[in-house]
Every structure is written in C-alpha cells, then in structure tokens.
Design a protein. Structure first.
Length: 182
C-alpha cells in the first residue's frame, strides 16, 4: 500500500515540475525541456540538433532536510518507488530518474539513467514515508518497497547535467537504434 493521494502534494509537485523545466532551460544550451505533466514521465527533453528521440525524465521532489541527508552521505542510496520500476520496465525510450531538492529554486538535482538504475539497483523497504509534512505508515508491520541505487552512481548537480543527458541519449541510440538497423 502506498501513501494515499494528496491533492495539495500533487499541486506542489506540479509547481516543482514547472520550476524544474524553467531551471533546465536556463542551464541547457543544446537541449530543451518541456513539461509533460502526464502519466508517463514528467518532463520531456529534446536535443535541438536531433529532436527525433526525446529523453524522458521522471521527477521526485525531496524535502530539503531529506535532500541534505542524501547529499552528505547519511543515506547511502537514492531511491524511487518500486512501482516506477514496474511501470517503466518495457519503456522504449531513453529515461532518467531524477530527484530534486524541493526548495524555492529547485537548487540541486540528482539523476540516474533508467537502465543503470534497474540493472545495478536493489530493493529497500520502509515502514513509513513522510510526504507533504505528513507521515504515512503501512499496514500492520507492512513495508513499502523501493528500488535504490548507491548515491555515487548518480549524476549530482546541474553542472555537467546536459553532457550527462546527451551521453544517456547517445548510449541509448547505440544500443537500440543502431542495433535495430543490423
């Protein structure tokens, strides 16, 4: 059982997503980000040189106190709900998982390409989750599963982010586009 739907939290995430798109478009020189706001991936990123294959970005916001614990190494992993692993297991496009520091400026970011996250990650479980200033515990000793990866494997910060995303796109093209031509 995951946390119940919270309209206020959903609205806050929508605002964070818009801020992130604005921030990315200020940082990027070659790429362009667009708010997708739909069921599959929150943000779409296009290469202006070749927009034929977009990169999809699935975003999560982390409270500043939690972000600081992840960034400083108190938490050794970065994780997303296990349901996202299932949701995107057959996704046929480049995809990155992103967590942003959910403050006014979305001042920091960490991303990991989906393939690495899936192949090198592992399951972690938690008895409760905090979101939107509330704590949610799971049924009678139940735990919520997450898919986690060591924090060192992720790309941290906006510096070099565009290059990282371009490399994800290039690797994806080599693996899936070039191999389909053979």
């Amino acid at each position: 059982m995951s946390k119940p739907f919270d309209r206020e939290l959903a609205k806050k995430e929508e605002i964070t997503r818009r801020k992130l798109v604005e921030k990315l478009n200020k940082v990027f020189k070659r790429l362009k980000a667009e708010d997708r706001g739909g069921k599959n991936a929150d943000i779409v990123i296009y290469d202006r040189k070749d927009p034929s294959i977009p990169i999809y970005l699935e975003m999560e916001g982390a409270r500043p106190d939690r972000w600081d614990k992840i960034k400083t190494g108190k938490y050794t992993t970065v994780r997303w709900p296990l349901a996202k692993k299932e949701k995107y297991k057959d996704f046929k496009a480049p995809l990155v998982m992103a967590t942003v520091r959910d403050d006014e400026e979305v001042s920091d970011i960490c991303v990991i390409d989906h393939d690495t996250w899936i192949k090198e990650g592992h399951e972690e479980k938690e008895r409760y989750v905090r979101a939107g200033g509330k704590a949610y515990s799971y049924r009678k000793g139940g735990e919520e599963p997450f898919w986690a990866i060591e924090r060192e494997k992720a790309h941290w910060g906006y510096e070099g982010l565009e290059e990282y995303l371009i490399s994800v796109l290039e690797k994806w093209k080599e693996k899936y586009v070039e191999s389909s031509k053979e």
